[in-house]
Write a protein that binds this ligand. Structure first.
Ligand code: GLN
Length: 499
């Protein structure tokens, strides 16, 4: 049996029937992590996970236990897990050990899922290629000379290379969806407020959301269910009831498969002109065809202010980051320079040595856009255009139930190809940042591969708190195109483990 092909519900059933133990499952992944160390997907690997799994096996897994009990997963290294090193891929936090659990880590712990380790990322989640890590770039397992995508590159690779059953990243401007699309796996950037940010290292607080990454839609739904919902420790979380997405998919949607109510999907054609590769555009047409064959209607839509999205995003994100990152002063956290005479030097030398180039660039830009005299011209103006972008979405959603478009204009580029020009790197986010600015949910799904064999990803963007439409639509696509899902990167795939 090829363990790498199995979904969470199948593994959960096998664990209950004792066809496999949690210990076997965890050891299987730990071995693979060791074997594929070159991909650089993990910053910290928790060898002790085996003992946690042993404990679970000893206590037994009962039918009514949470479905994730005994199943291994990974977390991006900007999420605190009590007693575990949390570096944010930065020198400044190189030796920082978390003193408490983030809500996400706590909820997963309570569900009995087993944490395998913390995944590599762009430093402080700033980047689109995972080349900005203090611990080196993450390689794309479909072609190791190419980038994994960022900033949650390690999380995406942990799933696409079979180094974890499922994972989580954070998405401030595309960091869950972009690496997932470069790796051929599914992902979700939930509505702002669906997920708790308690214990997540802040980047840009009005945009940050955590999101699951998995190789199929049912795993994604389970990973979403376990961590979503109100958290008294994060006042920006919504008090809305949890979706119970997996149950919804298998009970309600399944029965309605043949008479699924017709939905309308919008495509922002104008946004896609120029820049998109031929392969990506072909893949978009294929997804459209799959949905059309199932009775979905399509309309062309216009998001006129999205042409400003990237500029608005990079003003807001740098402004918020410069303020969030002021806490790393060499006194309270992490790295401290040894050579200083005055307090001012302690601050500037610790920060100068502790942060990498991209983080320093963002802090400088952010401090500038927030400074007196420039605030109105930049930050405040960007905030106004942000509301226009949000209004565009509201208007479009009077005409359609979701929006279909590529996650990225191109597939994974070569390592080093865009590092010299930050602006070119920022262009990678052109299709992802709008959903964050408008706070709407977006589900990324794999949609075939390009002529070089590299994965292509599409996204479905929905109305606030309407993750259900996105999951339902993606689930229907998966039914029609199973070959797009459950793929482990060919270069690292090895069959057979447990018969
Ligand atoms: N690539 C974007 C940036 O560098 C998005 C990052 C993210 O979503 N964390 O800001």
């Amino acid at each position: 049996m090829d363990l790498l092909k199995l979904s969470i519900p199948t593994l959960a059933k096998m664990l209950r029937e004792k066809k496999i133990s949690s210990q076997e499952l965890v050891s299987f992944y730990l071995e693979r992590i060791k074997k594929h160390k070159k991909l650089n997907a993990y910053i910290t690997v928790l060898e002790d996970a085996v003992n946690k799994a042993k404990d679970i096996d000893m206590k037994g897994i009962k039918n009514d236990d949470p479905v994730l009990r005994g199943i291994p997963y990974s977390l991006k290294d900007n999420m605190l897990a009590d007693g575990v090193k949390t570096t944010c891929a930065s020198r400044i936090l190189e030796n920082y050990i978390a003193g408490y659990d983030s809500t996400i880590a706590k909820r997963l712990k309570d569900s009995g899922a087993v944490l395998l380790g913390k995944t590599n990322m762009d430093e402080f989640a700033m980047g689109s290629s995972n080349e900005n890590s203090h611990f080196g770039p993450v390689c794309n397992p479909w072609n190791e000379k190419h980038v994994a995508g960022g900033s949650s590159g390690g999380s995406a690779v942990s799933v696409s290379a079979g180094l974890s059953q499922f994972s989580y990243g954070t998405d401030t401007g595309g960091s869950v969806r972009l690496p997932a699309s470069f790796n051929g796996v599914a992902s979700l950037k939930p509505t702002y407020g669906r997920m708790s940010r308690y214990g997540i290292i802040a980047f840009a607080s009005s945009l940050d959301q955590i999101g699951p990454i998995a190789k199929n839609i049912e795993d994604l739904a389970i990973a979403y269910d376990v961590v979503s919902g109100h958290d008294p420790k994060d006042s920006t979380t919504s008090i809305k009831n949890k979706d119970g997405m997996y149950e919804y998919l298998i009970k309600e949607v399944k029965d309605r498969e043949n008479n699924f109510s017709r939905k309308t999907v919008g495509i922002p054609r104008d946004m896609l002109i120029g820049g998109c590769s031929k392969d990506v555009l072909n893949s978009l047409e294929q997804s459209k065809k799959v949905l059309t064959d199932m009775g979905f209607d399509f309309v062309d839509i216009d998001l006129p202010n999205s042409k400003y999205a990237l500029a608005v995003y990079y003003i807001i994100v740098t402004g918020e980051a410069s303020s969030n990152l002021s806490r790393y002063d060499g006194v309270r956290y992490g790295y401290r320079t040894k050579d200083y005479e005055e307090l001012k030097d302690l601050y500037s030398l610790s920060r100068g040595d502790g942060f990498g180039d991209e983080v320093r660039r963002r802090i400088i830009l952010g401090t500038f856009v927030l400074s007196a005299g420039y605030y109105d011209a930049y930050f405040s103006k960007a905030a106004k255009v942000r509301s226009l972008i949000k209004k565009d979405f509201e208007k479009v959603f009077e005409k359609c139930d979701s929006i279909l478009m590529p996650v990225s204009p191109v597939t994974a580029f070569k390592i080093g190809e865009r590092t010299k020009d930050p602006l070119e790197m920022y262009l990678s986010d052109i299709f992802t940042v709008s959903a964050n600015l408008a706070a709407v949910p977006s589900l990324g799904f794999p949609a075939g591969r390009d002529s070089r064999g590299l994965p292509i990803g599409m996204q479905l963007i929905g109305k606030h708190f309407d993750e259900k439409t996105l999951f339902t639509t993606a689930w229907m696509i998966q039914k029609q195109k199973p070959e797009w899902f459950n793929n482990i990167a060919t270069t690292v795939k090895e069959k057979k483990v447990i018969e």
